[in-house]
Design a protein. Sequence first.
Length: 342
Amino acid sequence: MAAAGGVRPRRGRNLKGRCLTFEKREEIAILRAQGQSLRKIGAAIGCSASTVSRELRRNTKAGNEYRATSAHVLAYERASRPKPAKLHTNLVLRGIVEEDLAKKYSPEQIAGRLRLRFPDQQEMRVSPETIYQSLYVQSRGAVNRDLAACLRTGRAVRKPCRKAGQRKNRIPGMINISERPAEVEDRAVPGHWEGDLIIGKGNQSAIGTLVERNTNYTMLVHLPQGYKAEQMRQALTAKIKTLPESLRHSLTWDQGIEMQSWKSVKMDTGMEIYFCDPHSPWQRGINENTNGLLRQYFPKGTDLGIHSAEDLDWVAAELNDRPRKRLEFRKPIEMIGSLLLQ
């Protein structure tokens, strides 16, 4: 498992899907010995005559009759398809992948961006799984394995699941997300935001995160004095006021007590503010995903108070320069740039 990057390898699994099963190969052997035609054998096992012909041609040992046991072994070995990894042989492609990994692009973002950059060059395409295998699987390790630390999780071995979100607090007098207009839901109009905090070591420090729903554009709120309600109100209001009025329509937050002064924020910024249901982080899905990306820069269990406002602006700028699958691998800054100048 470690040599396969923490994921069970294909070898050792039963052949399945479109592959012929051992039972079908036994039936082919019996019907072949009876002298049945390829068409009749195919009809009996639910396959085309060409499939039967190909099976007999590929998996019959020279000088012998077709046998199900030996045919299944041959097919099993062929399915492994040992061949040089693409990133081993294409040095230019490997260089681009390593450069983008160092920028903290995900394998999926890298693959999508390559399709945009080289639309007519198939040799410059690579799948996300190929990149993961080059990082994690020892036998296919073309890419510098140290770059695994640049991935969102930073894990040395892949794992299949993540933990659930943390507990949320309620706020008296809040406007529930159910009252949010349909315009916000379809993400067609820019200016609707999702917000949250990422918390530092011992709950002693935090950074505010704001993500625009239409473009995934991200802003980070500096909270050097802490994140109680009044501190949050001041810092959040100041950050939102850096936006043109055309991008200040609404803000959706979770039920954290740091937003107890939400009415003042609404009055000062002109934004409508809505709150999610308890324990429902998917209602701020874009923001939750972005917070996960930010943990590459601000790991859990670290002091977030050591970062300056300039540090946060630099991280936000780098994140806004990443291609996103939802944007057809365009970048948030490419989508929102003209609106920020209004």
